[in-house]
Design a protein around this ligand. Structure first.
Ligand code: NAD
Ligand code: MG
Length: 400
């Protein structure tokens, strides 16, 4: 019996090409990579909807180029900026406000959603796409951290399928393909680059700056995930993401640090085989895999030459210097409301660090305090999830 949801059920047909695509988070780093894939394979996609956040200018430029039927921005300032840059005759209809994302995620004339908003703001649109039975390329890991139980149930009820864009989970998806029996699986092994501060001790981490923390050695990404990578919270969120995607307990998901980011994760089977996915680190690869699934298409990334790479190294994560990974594991073990609290405190703390209001090591300290104070609550509805997220954010801001 398969328990993982990231496999296309045999009974469901993939939407035909050209696929009518909505990109929620089109103006971000994942949006950039996705639109490179779209531009390389225009015959495979009709860009139906593009949503940005507050970057009206960039969204307008994308609409001028890709001419989607619909677009969305978060607020009036972004709307004004959008109209200052959108060309006369652009056919796009613009929606404004948080509700617009939910609406675009469930459009009738669209089959494929790339969920690439950053943070908890991605939860409601992702759930809406799941309820509407869409094919979903999921980059927004926070939506599973908040409400993986609800998204999973919605997929089951509607026939929606989540294809993991996150490179590690995409690697696992490929390593799991064709193996249907749960008792064949021993464990999943997520690789982590270790971020810019790998090998550093706590005393050094006390001193690091915003710029140092943003400088990821291997991947070019948005600011929030770059800081999450530096604290190892990204791997903590990914551990929770993997448990939801593949229906596994956290003790079946291990993490190994692999500084070169060439091996994107591994699946271990009971016979001792470990299947790894290798490639140069570029998000266009997992994005193209999801958007064109089950077909493979060419992607403009440098080919991997292992002889040139020479050496691949692996080491244990340092959970003393980087407690976020441990905190995420503990939060997932503690029950469904703890990860929501973990994520909310993390988002507020990362934002405060980016604004230089707190230091780097204050991020895990604030999360630990937040989890200690958290009293478990029922989160069996989307409203309860959002209410808890909101409450923890308010409490955390008050402690800054
Ligand atoms: P980013 O900051 O570059 O882009 C975020 C996008 O979300 C932008 O389009 C922004 O306008 C939009 N946005 C921000 N807040 C919003 C809100 N409140 N409502 C609606 N839209 C909002 O981030 P990114 O690096 O592209 O990451 C996006 C998601 O993908 C994150 O969940 C991240 O963890 C995940 N992810 C990213 C990468 C990567 O390489 N960048 C890899 C794996 C997973
Ligand atoms: Mg990842």
């Amino acid at each position: 019996m398969k328990t993982y949801i990231s496999a296309w059920p045999a009974s469901v047909e993939c939407p035909p090409f050209p696929r009518r695509l909505a990109i929620l988070g089109a103006t971000g780093s994942i949006g950039d990579s996705a639109l490179k894939v779209v531009a390389k394979h225009p015959e495979r996609f009709t860009v139906t909807a593009l949503a940005g956040g507050r970057n009206g200018q960039k969204l307008a430029r994308l609409c001028n180029r890709f001419k989607p039927r619909y677009a969305a921005v978060l607020d009036d300032a972004a709307r004004r900026e959008y109209f200052a840059y959108v060309e006369d005759g652009c056919p796009t209809e613009l929606f404004v406000g948080p509700d617009a994302y939910v609406r675009l995620a469930a459009l009738d004339d669209m089959d494929l959603v790339l969920s690439s908003i950053v943070g908890a703001a991605g939860f409601e649109p992702t759930l809406a796409a799941a309820e509407a039975g869409k094919m979903i390329g999921l980059a927004n890991k926070e939506s599973l951290v908040l409400g993986g139980h609800l998204i999973r149930a919605a997929c089951k009820a509607s026939g929606a399928v989540i294809l993991p864009v996150d490179s590690e989970h995409n690697a696992l998806f490929q390593g799991l393909a064709g193996h249907g029996s749960d008792d064949e699986l021993k464990r999943l092994i997520l690789t982590a680059s270790g971020g810019p501060f790998r090998g550093r001790d706590r005393a050094f981490l006390e001193t690091v700056t915003r710029e140092q923390a943003l400088a990821h050695p291997n991947w070019s990404m948005g600011a929030k995930i770059s800081i999450d990578s530096a604290t190892l919270m990204n791997k903590g969120l990914e551990l929770i993401e993997a448990c939801h995607l593949y229906g596994l307990p956290p003790d079946m998901v291990d993490v190994v640090v692999h500084p070169q980011s060439i091996v994107h994760s591994l699946v271990e089977y009971v016979d001792g085989s470990q299947l790894a996915h290798l490639g140069n680190p570029d998000m266009q690869v997992p994005i193209a895999h999801c958007l064109c699934y089950p077909e493979r298409v060419t992607v403009d990334v440098p080919r991997l030459n292992l002889a040139t790479v020479g050496t691949l190294t692996f080491e244990e994560p340092d959970l003393d210097a980087f407690p976020c990974l441990r905190l995420a594991r503990e939060a997932f073990d503690a029950g469904p409301s703890h990860p929501i609290a973990l994520n909310a405190v993390n988002e507020i703390a990362v934002d405060a660090f980016l604004k230089e209001r707190i230091g780097f090591t204050d991020i895990p300290a604030m999360i630990e305090t937040g989890l200690d104070r958290h009293v478990p609550v029922d989160v069996s509805t989307p409203e309860a999830v959002l209410a808890l997220d909101d409450e923890v954010r308010r409490e955390t801001r008050a402690r800054l």
